[in-house]
Design a protein. Structure first.
Lengths: 363, 603
């Protein structure tokens, strides 16, 4: 299954950058939650170790095999999403968790992997210069089903991340002006319909409070205001590790999860933001550079969609903490606390490494 | 192993990926620029906001100064109490929390909303007191729900307490919440909405001394308002302690005498003006309405027809009746209208200006000289003297001896009384002065009005043989254990009337008590009490005569004023009991009790 050449071609730099960013995340998680019960940073370390094991274990399986069976994987994930929608217990107001003995798992995270593999399979068949209607419509249908199921949980944030994955595939396949216009019209229609029929009031508030956070400083604007205060008050050098008042005194909401970047901004300052941003950039750069290392279309799609997934989630999350994007309840990949998200990202990186290490084998 | 696959041409895909990555790079640059703006350019603004987030300023109410009687008995102190306040800043939904809080504290939402409305102008972080005098059970209930209702906080504050309840309530006064109008007055500039201030009595008069200085704590709090530590602390400074001139026992006795009646008693030292007792009845218990709400009890007091909140000693206006006769005699002697040999013959009534004027003793006193006129309080003698003097001279001598002007006691709200003259009548009533009115004024009736305190001060001047005096209540003021102020003995001006004439008036008053005069029930063995009774008509003379003809009983106000001992006077007692009949029967024996008690305690 796995040979010397492949092991030699494992992208250790990518894995190093992955683990480095995870460790930075663990340090910040400790700072922002050590005074809370629950030992979040220990749990994150456990998840990191588990994810690493999964990452390496998955390398043994050729990604082409995974792609071949991607439809079954997708059907399995969709079934689970259906099941928890019907039977799932409400945790924090949403039905997005499966409760196991010791941990909770968010199937909506893992489903992303299935979607990436399925899209890779669909698009590897199309070799035209631009996206065809069949490919566009069939892939959209698969993704939309997952998006709707996740959005119904309701977990709009996670559902949102499926869109950049799909768009990534489209972009790679090539978007004509006609397709672009069509997509914009669809987006507009979905937006209007969503606003009129589907979005709940609190979700609408989150969007409007983006424009006017001071209108309701204790309500929907609270998170944005407190997060911006945290970041702004960090200044050049920050208030010091584990010494951020906004974070330590709990003015900042969801410190170790969605708003972890605000903790970085407050405690480590502009220098910390640039430093940690640089490590993250190197990681993403390595991902994007990996695209051209693939020798087959499937691999290109897999790597690019993984890059799109992580990059878009990074930007949405960071823009959210500085008030440039509505609060969507989305973790910062690798840095935020959250096992399912971490595991999903590690599996995604495992796929990238998988593609890269086998690039000479299939030739 | 090589298979036959040829490399696909993926260059188009690669270049599209590269373009995407370029976009990512641009986004990174934008992100860094935005963080530059937030963290470097806007740093000051956000830094201040984060400081304001975590630092909370808490004021600590100082203990209000104690009030003690002259011997140290505590008349007003402080006890611990708890109040519940709402910090609107911590509300996620004000309406919802109002509902929750109102059920938690047993208030109606309307009352609560009204309360919040009243203070809506305060900054959001400032607590609004919504209930005070919490029970321990209520405190526990609030504390146990602190996580759920971070906007509801319990603060402890010292609460004013009057251990003897109604005792000296008019003198001490009471506290209530400062009103918006008072907030705008300069003297309360350090006070805040929701603070309690003295509204009447000494609590008001010496507010600045008693109030003390607020302490301040700067503390770090978390987002739901839990304290995590102090940054700095300035301890509050206790209000100054004040010692009064009041004597607890005399005050108590005076109030016992008045219990169930309406009236006023003043006991004072004639030489110095120290007030030993000042009682007004009916009274009230200030403990029962020291809170920020307006209970029914309070409304009852305000609306009571008996005006229990009025301090009758300084705000009750009465005709002096026969108590005015010593003053008349002083005028007569000084102006040479009467001397030791002047006598009148009392047949029980007299016709003046074609109108009959009666003496209180229908069968008449017979021949009366200046001593027996005071002794037996003969009206006829003074009618004739009044007729000779005329109203202008009478008014001049009344004003000379403390009537018609405030005594300047250290209490707020003192009334002036009224010494009428033709000028006054023209101005106020737009009518000429009728000569018959002069006759009424001669025996202390008519428009002449005095306060009981004016009578006491007037009596003190007679006792001092002409030396006036300013009455006072505050004896000493103590700030952190050091005496910072002591009342200088404050004698007023001397009357232009020679001492010898005062001596004659005193002699008449001595006879009134000790020689079977009208005040004989005020007599104390071996204490040489001098006094004068009065029975002031409540209604006008005309009505009184009409009622008398119908043989209907007119209850007059019962007056007594006097001092003892005759030669070295130590104590003045003035009493009025409303609608209690003749002064000799009601007020004089009450005065005896006070003279006796004083003698027992201080001689």
């Amino acid at each position: 299954m796995i040979n010397q050449t492949q092991i030699k071609n494992i992208d250790w730099i990518l894995i190093f950058l992955l683990v480095l960013n995870t460790l930075i995340g663990i340090a910040v998680i400790y700072s922002s939650s050590h005074y809370l019960p629950g030992n979040y940073f220990l749990r994150q370390i456990f998840w990191t170790l588990l994810s690493l094991v999964v990452l390496f274990a998955l390398l043994a399986v050729d990604y082409n095999i995974l792609v071949t069976y991607s439809l079954y994987l997708y059907i399995g994930c969709i079934s689970i999403l259906f099941a928890i929608l019907i039977f799932g217990r409400l945790i924090a107001g949403t039905r997005s968790w499966i409760r196991l003995e010791f941990m909770q798992i968010q199937p909506s995270e893992i489903t992303k992997i299935a979607v990436i593999l399925l899209l890779a399979r669909i698009f590897s068949e199309f070799k035209r210069k631009y996206l065809s209607n069949e490919a566009g419509i069939s892939s959209s249908a698969f993704v939309l089903l997952a998006v709707v199921l996740v959005a119904l949980q309701p977990d709009l944030g996670t559902a949102l991340i499926y869109i950049p994955i799909l768009l990534g595939a489209f972009m790679l396949a090539g978007i004509t002006r006609k397709t672009l216009v069509t997509l914009l019209i669809i987006a507009l229609a979905v937006g209007i319909l969503g606003w009129g029929f589907f979005l709940k009031d609190y979700q609408k508030d989150r969007i409007t409070s983006l424009l006017t956070p001071d209108k309701d400083p204790l309500g929907t604007g609270y998170h944005i205001i407190q997060s911006k205060i945290a970041i702004g008050s960090g200044g050049l050098l920050g208030k010091g590790y584990a010494r951020g008042t906004q974070s330590q005194l709990q003015f900042l909401p969801a410190r170790h999860t969605d708003f972890i970047f605000a903790v970085i901004g407050e405690e480590l300052g502009f220098v910390g933001v640039v430093g940690i941003g640089l490590f993250y950039f190197l990681f993403l750069a390595r991902l994007f550079q990996s695209v051209s290392k693939s020798r087959d279309r499937t691999g290109v799609y897999i790597i690019f969609m993984v890059a799109m997934m992580i990059t878009s989630q990074f930007f949405i999350n960071v823009f959210m903490t500085i008030g440039l994007f509505p609060i969507a309840g989305l973790p910062l990949p690798l840095l935020s606390y959250g096992g399912s998200s971490l595991l999903t990202n590690y599996i995604a990186i495992s796929l990238v490494v998988n593609v890269k290490m086998r690039r000479f084998v299939n030739v | 192993m090589m298979n036959n696959k040829i490399y696909e041409d993926l260059s188009l895909a690669f270049s599209r990926a590269r373009i995407t990555f370029t976009v990512v790079k641009i986004l990174f640059v934008i992100l860094i620029l935005y963080f530059w703006k937030l963290q470097i350019l806007d740093f000051q603004t956000f830094w201040q906001k984060s400081e304001a987030n975590r630092i909370r300023e808490i004021t600590i109410s100082p203990q209000r100064g104690l009030i003690r009687d002259r011997n140290g008995v505590v008349l007003a102190k402080n006890i611990a109490s708890f109040r519940a306040s709402l910090i609107r800043e911590n509300c996620t939904n004000q309406e919802e929390s109002c509902l929750k809080i109102s059920t938690l504290l047993g208030l109606t939402p309307e009352v609560l909303n009204e309360r919040i409305q009243k203070y809506s102008s305060l900054p959001l972080f400032q607590p609004i007191v919504i209930k005070d005098n919490l029970t321990y059970e209520e405190v526990a209930r609030i504390k146990s729900r602190q996580y759920e209702l971070p906007e509801l906080v319990v603060q402890s504050e010292p609460k004013r307490n009057y251990p003897f309840g109604t005792l000296a309530s008019h003198v001490l006064g009471y506290l209530q919440e400062i009103s918006p109008a008072e907030m705008e007055m300069g003297q309360y500039k350090d006070r805040r909405m929701g603070d309690l201030i003295g509204k009447t009595g000494l609590e008001k008069q010496y507010e600045q001394s008693l109030v003390g200085t607020e302490g301040k704590i700067l503390e770090i709090v978390d987002s739901i308002g839990r304290e995590l530590g102090e940054v700095s602390r300035v301890d509050p400074i206790r209000g100054n302690e004040i010692y009064l001139t009041l004597d607890f026992d005399l005050q108590k006795k005076a109030e016992e005498i008045l219990d169930g009646l309406e009236g006023a008693i003043i006991v004072m030292k004639p030489k110095t003006g120290e007030i030993l007792a000042m009682a007004s009845y009916p009274n009230f218990d200030p403990n029962s309405f020291i809170n920020r709400f307006t209970p029914e009890e309070w409304m009852d007091l305000i609306n009571s027809p008996e005006y229990p909140l009025e301090n009758r000693t300084i705000r009750g206006l009465y005709s002096p009746g026969s108590l005015f006769k010593p003053c008349m005699l002083l005028a007569g002697l000084d102006l040479g209208e009467v001397n030791d040999s002047t006598t009148s013959f009392c047949r029980g009534s007299i016709l003046i200006y074609g109108h009959p004027f009666a003496c209180w003793k229908a069968e008449g006193h017979g021949a009366v000289n200046l001593y027996s006129a005071i002794q037996h309080s003969c009206n006829i003698y003074f009618y004739q003297m009044g007729k000779r003097l005329g109203i202008e001279k009478i008014a001049r001598y009344a004003r000379m001896h403390g009537l018609g002007s405030p005594t300047n006691i250290d209490l707020p709200g003192e009334k002036t009384g009224l010494v009428p003259d033709p000028e006054w009548k023209r101005r106020v009533r737009d009518e000429p002065w009728y000569p018959g009115e002069t006759i009424s004024v001669s025996i202390g009736q008519g428009p002449l009005l005095v306060t009981p305190l004016q009578i006491a001060v007037h009596t003190a001047q007679i006792a001092n043989r002409g030396l006036g005096v300013t009455p006072y209540l505050l004896a000493r003021e103590i700030h952190e254990g050091r005496e910072i102020a002591m009342r200088q003995e404050n004698t007023g001006g001397r009357s232009p009337v020679p001492e010898a004439y005062f001596e004659k008036v005193v002699q008449g008053m001595w006879q009134s008590v000790n020689d079977r005069g009208t005040s004989l029930l005020a007599r104390v063995r071996d204490f040489d009490v001098c006094g004068k009774t009065g029975s002031a008509q409540v209604v006008s003379t005309a009505t009184a005569e009409k009622l008398a003809k119908q043989k209907r009983e007119i209850k007059t106000h019962s007056w007594f004023t006097g001092f003892a001992p005759k030669d070295e006077p130590e104590i003045v007692v003035s009493i009025i009991v409303e609608r209690a009949g003749g002064g000799g029967a009601t007020a004089a024996p009450s005065a005896r009790e006070l003279f006796e008690l004083y003698r027992e305690k201080y001689d």
